[in-house]
Ligand binder design. Sequence first.
Ligand code: MF3
Ligand code: CO
Ligand code: CO
Length: 267
Amino acid sequence: MPITIKSAEEIEKMRVAGRLASEVLDYIAPFVQPGITTDELDKLCHDHMVDVQGCVPAPLNYAPPGHQPYPKSICASVNHQVCHGVPGGKKLRAGDIVNLDITTIKDGWHGDTSRMFAVGAPSILAKRLIDGTYDCMWKGIEQVKPGAHLGDIGHAIQQYAEANGFSVVREFCGHGIGSQFHEEPQVLHYGKPGTGVVLQAGMIFTIEPMINAGRRDIRMLGDGWTVVTKDHSLSAQWEHTVLVTETGYEVLTVSAGSPPPPAFIRP
Ligand code: MF3
Ligand code: CO
Ligand code: CO
């Protein structure tokens, strides 16, 4: 499938789906406390999406080629888990960090966003990684405008991550999104300026860097989904769904509880 350019009506539906996905994170934030299990977080999010928002949780039974169906409604990636952490019965403990990744389908259109949460007080390294990864995402978002290249996004992210002594996971990337969960193009979180697809107004894709405190190498757990760092170093991720506008970008996954953009983003 080629890269689709969304119409004004489609963009409006993507705004709704994006806001709803972000509102799930607003809803779940106060529950992310020591003692709760990621299964319990999954159930709370599932019920909120289905019963309150009238959404379909896109991950549930999602089965891309070469994968078994994903068994839960959210991804919950704890500490050295990089992404696609399958919720389970283990309790969160003070000092853990966790990424919650929510994808809603509303009226046939997808919104995809994730945030990091610290359970209790994070270590100095964990906080630096969480904040640095947030800034990486925004360094990428800042590049988005018609005529820019996808490589500009990847380069900005890689440059900032590595300048801070972190590494960029290569095996997973952002993606086009719309009526399908994962569309073209692939949005790499590393690369060279001026390379790759040229952005056009009406494109919608995610930017979702996975940044490791240690080496970039990863490994897949036996569940076929959960990805972890090979060296067991901490990993963080943030994700927004972003529209290319005539003049720059619009973040679609925003809600009342969205953390503000970093200070280097001027309004
Ligand atoms: N939400 C993830 C992303 O950002 C994809 C999760 S696929 C799942 O692309 F099946 F694990 F849910
Ligand atoms: Co995504
Ligand atoms: Co996601």
